[in-house]
Ligand binder design. Structure first.
Ligand code: MG
Length: 350
């Protein structure tokens, strides 16, 4: 009998295959009120004009440098709503907890959720709690769902896109990139995965590298006000490599990126070298990858750099018909294909 493995849940190619083969096959709907549905495999769905997403969080350990399962659960869902180009308005939360779990830790997690939701300005309006016998789940799992509503800012952003090129979409989707659009990353990649892994295994990089967990809705609002944004995605499991490949595949375009431009902290670089993993494949929880019409790229970059979360943003490349898939110009002047990771090299990080 075929069984689900840990690797099936780490993002990347393996997970996508599982979702397409089973979830999509069995649950996809073509109902008329669905604007963005399961088959779009985007960060959120859109139904009757309401942006809607859900995410269950399971991270080991529960508390780590730069965050914990509570801040992760709130920021993760806020960001999945915000990257559709809308303002998140509320979250639900639900907990599955192992019997024997310390009440103090439960409250510590709730306080962290409260703090993160306050920072984002998005209230949490449900808190379902279930308790199961030991060894049924690992300690605690948190599910958060969120809804978001269209605002004038998104309409103004799209109006700005249309000044420069044809654009028939109503939402900011992964499939909206076209030849010549610029790709921006909002800051250094790999921090979250390396911080969790290093702390979990005791590698000692955590003094230098902390998780980047952050709700990005306010930062995203600022760049939408500049306008010209066509695609956005938070590079979580499978990292930047996975996000760029999803953009390329869904938009049916090639993407060329410049290795020199991709911000990666020294500590992340050295941890990756030691562990033999690619920083581009590691999950992030406070970054966004943005596709923007070329004429607005510098302006969007400037607006990002004015924010705390986006101060290390860089234009890292562009969508281009000249290549297939995702290709990177390396620092030594060569070219390499950036493939969809089979899975995130660091499991259980979100
Ligand atoms: Mg996402």
């Amino acid at each position: 009998m075929k069984r689900i493995t840990l690797a099936d849940g780490t993002g990347g190619e393996k997970m996508m295959k599982l979702i397409k083969q089973y979830v999509l096959k069995n649950l996809n709907s073509n109902a008329k009120n669905i604007d963005v549905g399961l088959s779009d495999l985007d960060d959120s769905a859109v139904v009757n004009g309401i942006v809607f997403t859900t995410d269950s969080h399971t991270v080991k350990p529960l508390f780590f440098p730069g965050g914990d399962i509570g801040s992760l659960a709130v920021a993760g869902t806020v960001n999945d709503i915000a990257v559709m180009g809308v303002s998140p308005c509320a979250l639900s939360s639900a907990f599955v907890i192992e019997e024997g779990f310390p009440v103090d830790d439960y409250e510590k997690i709730l306080l962290s959720m409260k703090k993160t939701s306050k920072y984002a300005g998005v209230p949490i309006v449900t808190g379902d709690t279930k308790v199961v016998e030991k060894n049924v789940v690992e300690k605690i799992i948190i599910n958060t769902s969120g809804i978001g509503m269209r605002s004038r800012t998104l309409d103004e952003n799209i109006k700005e896109v249309k000044r420069y090129r044809r654009f028939d979409e109503k939402w900011i989707k992964d499939s909206n990139l076209r030849d010549g659009d610029k790709i921006i990353v909002s800051g250094s990649v790999g921090n979250h995965g390396i911080a969790v892994l290093s702390f979990r295994e005791g590698y000692g990089y955590e003094s230098e590298i902390k998780s980047d967990i952050k709700p990005l809705n306010k930062m995203i609002e600022k760049i939408l006000k500049v306008g010209g944004v066509v695609s956005m995605k938070d590079p979580t499991r499978g990292g930047l490599a996975n996000t760029l490949n999803e953009f390329a595949e869904k938009s049916k375009t090639g993407i060329m990126v410049d290795e020199e431009k991709i911000p990666i902290k020294e500590g992340v670089k050295s941890a990756c070298e030691m562990l033999g993993i690619d920083p581009l494949e590691i999950g992030n929880e406070g970054k966004v990858v943005i596709g923007v019409v070329r004429e607005k790229a510098e302006e969007v970059l400037k607006a990002l750099r004015k924010t705390e979360e986006g101060k290390n943003a860089e234009i890292i490349g562009e969508a281009t018909k000249n290549v297939n898939g995702v290709v990177m110009k390396t620092v030594v002047g060569g070219r390499r294909i950036v493939e969809t990771p089979i899975g995130d090299p660091v499991p259980r990080i979100c």
